[in-house]
Unconditional design. Structure first.
Length: 243
């Protein structure tokens, strides 16, 4: 059982928590339980809390900005860093389930966060891509740009430019929100990167330096079980020209 961070199957598992100061009761908890070699469960209780999002348990490959202060994690590199111009594909697959044991309002989202920088070893991110495959109640920073089709579903696309709001992050961000509340935990992240490149919102010279997968938890009491999560990088280098 873990209250902080540990390594599992070459991923950093981050049991990040915020909003603690908003908790009205002292019996709140959020902990990660390693049930066996292939199964992790996140158990949580945010009873009588007046803050929407309390934590983000996540699997991290490559870089993470936050708890690890932007330092590269000691995990398998999973094909990272990867240059956008090399047209990388990152195949993700997750087997997971969720149970809510409380009667409190709850907000839950399953998401991928992709971090990009101007170099292989950036001091800070230049871009963040959020893929919210379970769209419940989130409204991201930025302006709605339209819709995009991937993984057999339609997604609303939001774009935020750093400096356009005093309340947003210090980097550019993009958010893809699935239009139906159906959990879709697998697909090719490269499809979203390719779409952003087609809009000239990413450069071939940008570097993908980190990918994290996790859940945002809100008010409620329950368990989120994750089994056999995988991230595989394929074709991260351009194919040789045919003659």
């Amino acid at each position: 059982m873990h209250d902080s961070n540990f390594i599992w199957n070459n991923f950093w598992v981050l049991n990040n928590q915020w909003g603690k100061e908003k908790a009205l009761n002292s019996d709140w908890f959020q902990r990660v339980v390693l049930e066996d070699d292939n199964t992790i469960s996140i158990e949580y209780k945010w009873d009588s809390n007046n803050y929407n999002i309390m934590g983000y348990p996540a699997f991290i490959a490559g870089w993470h900005w936050g708890t690890f202060s932007g330092n590269r994690n000691n995990s398998g590199n999973f094909g990272l860093p990867a240059k956008v111009g090399d047209k990388p594909s990152f195949l993700v697959k997750a087997d997971l389930s969720h149970s809510n044991f409380g009667s409190y309002p709850e907000f839950l989202n399953v998401a991928w966060d992709i971090w990009l920088g101007p170099t292989e070893n950036p001091e800070k991110p230049a871009y963040e891509i959020m893929i919210w495959s379970w769209y419940i109640n989130q409204i991201p920073d930025g302006q709605l740009q339209g819709q995009f089709t991937a993984w057999g579903a339609q997604w609303d696309v939001y774009r935020y430019k750093a400096g356009s709001s005093p309340y947003g992050p210090a980097w550019n961000s993009f958010a893809f929100l699935r239009k139906t509340p159906t959990l879709v935990p697998s697909g090719d992240i490269g499809e979203f990167i390719k779409y952003l490149r087609s809009r000239d919102w990413l450069s071939d010279n940008d570097w993908i330096v980190g990918i994290q997968f996790g859940t945002e938890l809100g008010r409620g009491e329950g368990s989120f079980r994750i089994k056999n999560y995988s991230l595989n990088a394929v074709n991260t280098k351009p194919l040789p020209a045919s003659h």
